[in-house]
Design a binder for this molecule. Structure first.
Ligand code: UT7
Length: 330
């Protein structure tokens, strides 16, 4: 009989840039208040990659190198690197290729995956399938975004939420039932009207006019996205528990996308989960898009125990959303 293989996370890395952008800083830039931002979103400060000429790959490289150090492996042992991002270094080549070049992962192939705030979940499921296929033994999944590159710092609806950061995990085969156990991933492209970037793609290539019209920044209809996010993230997390015969009591940690503290609370309530089991670092890092989930795992890595049932959940542009169940492997 062929033995079942799961893809287990065997190491976690993370990185945020030094520069902090606080609510007090934003009060000087747009018509807003610290009080409004904290009570409506939960964010107190975010990190910004300021150095000119640096991009998402520069955030991801330290996170991936931490993993190699922790596992005692050389970058040349990595088989594949998947980079979830909506802020690639360039339109092409893929940021995954640039990361691999910068760390000397000479034997890896890789690609970028664009699913906005659900990017890490999509990439984790994809990476897990590569491990389960038995063709690859070491797959790195990165979630990274330099949101400051596409944020209009005169738009108070968006500039208060987003920040920059990177997180990564190593996936390896596990024969003892630990690792990624189940995933429900969803998408609905009709939601694109509420959250997108208008220019810079093939429909509307960059021009002097698109730049003048500020069409290379995030466009978000916050209220509409909020409504879909609360329902989407809560529904899918509840469905994942139900189909695995689990209740909130069986879950050690919820790792939710950090878009808005109110969305996180609604998801935890729907799962019947007490709030002390929910990872929340939105106050420090804001919404780092594809990086929120791995940044949580990185921050909480010392508190995770072998056998913990962990649910990761996200909602974002596309619309894309989903939830993943995993059993912590170490
Ligand atoms: O991660 C990807 C997915 N994205 C999300 O999940 C984001 C989901 N959306 C949200 O988190 C929230 O919709 C926002 C944080 C973006 C906005 O919060 P909201 O509670 O939905 O605010 P709103 O847009 O309904 O605006 C309420 C009021 C308005 O004033 P009036 O019309 O009631 O007088 C806004 O003009 O708050 C005003 N407002 C602000 N006031 C101070 C909007 N932004 C600000 C601001 N500071 N930064």
């Amino acid at each position: 009989m062929i033995q079942k293989i799961n893809a287990a996370i065997t190491a976690v890395g993370g990185y945020v840039p030094e520069t902090k952008l606080t609510n007090a800083d934003l009060e000087k830039m747009v018509e807003t208040t610290d009080e409004w931002i904290r009570t409506r979103t939960g964010v107190e400060e975010r990190r910004i990659l300021k150095e000119p000429g640096k991009g998402s790959s520069d955030l991801a490289v330290p996170a991936v190198l931490q993993i190699c150090e922790k596992r005692g492996i050389s970058p040349e042992e990595i088989d594949c690197l998947i980079c979830a991002t909506v802020t690639p270094d360039m339109v092409f080549p893929a940021t995954a290729n640039i990361i691999c070049d910068k760390i000397g992962a000479k034997n890896a192939w890789g690609f970028d995956l664009g699913a906005a705030c659900s990017g890490f979940l999509y990439a984790l499921t994809t990476g897990a399938a590569l491990i389960e296929s038995r063709r690859y033994k070491k797959v790195i999944v990165v979630g990274v975004d330099k949101m400051s590159a596409i944020i209009d710092y005169t738009d108070r609806q968006t500039c208060i939420i987003f920040g920059d950061g990177a997180g990564a995990v190593l996936l390896e085969p596990n024969h003892d039932g630990f690792g990624v156990l189940d995933s429900i991933l969803k998408s609905d492209g009709s939601g694109r009207q509420y959250l997108h970037m208008k220019a810079g793609g093939s429909v509307k290539p960059a021009s002097a006019e698109t730049v003048a019209n500020k069409e290379h920044f995030v466009y978000q209809e916050g209220q509409a996205v909020f409504k879909f996010a609360v329902k989407g993230m809560a529904d899918v997390s509840a469905e994942l528990l139900e189909r695995n015969n689990l209740t909130g009591d069986d879950i050690a940690w919820l790792v939710p996308h950090q878009a808005n503290k109110r969305i996180i609370d609604a998801t935890a309530d729907r799962m019947g989960l007490s709030h002390d089991k929910v990872m929340v670092n939105i106050q420090k890092f804001g919404n780092t898009t594809a990086a929120t989930l791995p940044l949580c795992l990185w921050e909480w890595r010392q508190q995770l125990n072998k056998g913990d049932n962990i649910v990761l959940a996200a909602f974002g542009g596309g619309f894309t959303w989903g939830a993943t169940l995993l059993k912590w492997a170490y």
